[in-house]
Design a protein around this ligand. Structure first.
Ligand code: LMR
Length: 332
């Protein structure tokens, strides 16, 4: 009772509050870095690598706590948690930024918008990538880096080779209007499902199939519940590493510089390992013997592309001028 009274007294005097508001120079800065993928994925490994580098370069002035696998927040809630300052960093897929009201981020979801990683890095590491990050700032978010995962593949419990094979299938998607259009262009019914629920949704047959990178497919054990995986490489899955702006802006300059250095190196690492991680995951899916891998003929690829690419014309989400700027890059 006595201690309680003393605490109340201290609070009233503002003493306890002032310790928090003005952390002493020696106080450790904690970064909660939450993400929804498994630890053993390109994003999981890159987040752990960033932690190691950030703690090393700041000489432990910063402690990074990485929470993988939707441990702390699921994909719908993590953005809210970042904006409220409940976590300081996230690495959501680019599709998950559009619901903030920045619909241009959905451009990454357009099927066949990139031919390869080189094509894509020219965009993310150029003016367009910077411009997109600038649009996050009024939402209280700072964009720090773009990390690759991979090109996406399609799976179901039946072989998917032709557009007709998708007819009537309920396909899990992220909450993206463009991916919704892409699935509709194949005659499928898109069903928005949070990443942490995908396995259960497939197992209970709430959905029939899904699209994702092979590293996500394998580490979420989707091979246990999907008999066929078609190598379509139809769309890109990548991430924006983002921070709470208020938190970031308040960091001492030397700490910010150390964290930027750590992020630059973690990004190089992320983008270096992404392809190998996905190649290894493909070997793991094959070795599981549970999912048949389907390689398409050039004709099958062309027919799927022809169907899915109609979403480029049908979409009215991304302003046409932005799409043009995107397609001609720095030359515009
Ligand atoms: C998804 O929801 O499919 C992806 O965003 C998961 C991920 O890798 O973050």
């Amino acid at each position: 009772m006595k201690l309680y009274k003393v605490l109340i007294g201290l609070l009233a005097a503002g003493l306890l509050v002032s310790v928090q508001a003005n952390p002493s120079k020696d106080q450790t800065i904690v970064i909660k870095f939450s993400h929804i993928a498994a630890q053993d994925t390109p994003k999981g490994k890159a987040a752990d690598h960033f932690k190691k580098l950030a703690e090393k370069y700041t000489k432990n002035k910063v402690k990074v706590e990485v929470y993988p696998n939707s441990q702390l927040f699921k994909d719908k809630d993590e953005m809210d948690a970042l904006q409220k300052g409940e976590v300081q960093m996230l690495a959501p897929s680019l599709s998950k930024l559009a619901p903030l009201g920045i619909k241009e981020f959905e451009i990454f979801d357009l099927p066949y918008i990139f031919n390869d990683y080189k094509d894509m890095h020219a965009i993310t590491q150029g003016q367009v990538g910077k411009d997109l990050f600038n649009r996050l700032e009024p939402k209280g978010i700072v964009g720090l880096a773009y990390w690759d995962n991979a090109f996406k593949q399609m799976s179901a419990n039946k072989p998917l080779r032709k557009p007709e094979d998708f007819k009537g299938l309920k396909m899990r998607i992220q909450a993206s209007k463009i991916i919704d259009l892409q699935m509709q262009s194949l005659g499928a019914t898109p069903v928005v499902t949070s990443f942490a629920e995908v396995y259960k949704a497939l197992q209970s047959k709430t959905v029939d199939g899904t699209e994702n990178s092979i590293s996500n497919f394998f580490t979420q054990n989707i091979h246990d519940v999907q008999k066929f995986l078609t190598l379509t490489n139809h769309g890109y899955l990548g991430y924006a590493v983002i921070a709470n702006k208020k938190f970031w802006d308040k960091l001492p300059d030397d700490v910010k510089d150390d964290l930027k250095k750590a992020m630059t190196e973690a990004t190089e690492y992320a983008n270096e390992i992404a392809k190998k991680e996905n190649d290894d995951a493909l070997a793991d899916v094959k070795a599981s013997g549970k999912t048949e891998i389907i390689e398409l003929t050039p004709e099958e690829k062309a027919a799927l592309k022809k169907a899915m690419i109609t979403s480029h014309d049908k979409q009215d989400i991304i302003p046409k001028a932005f799409l043009r700027w995107w397609l001609c890059g720095e030359k515009c």
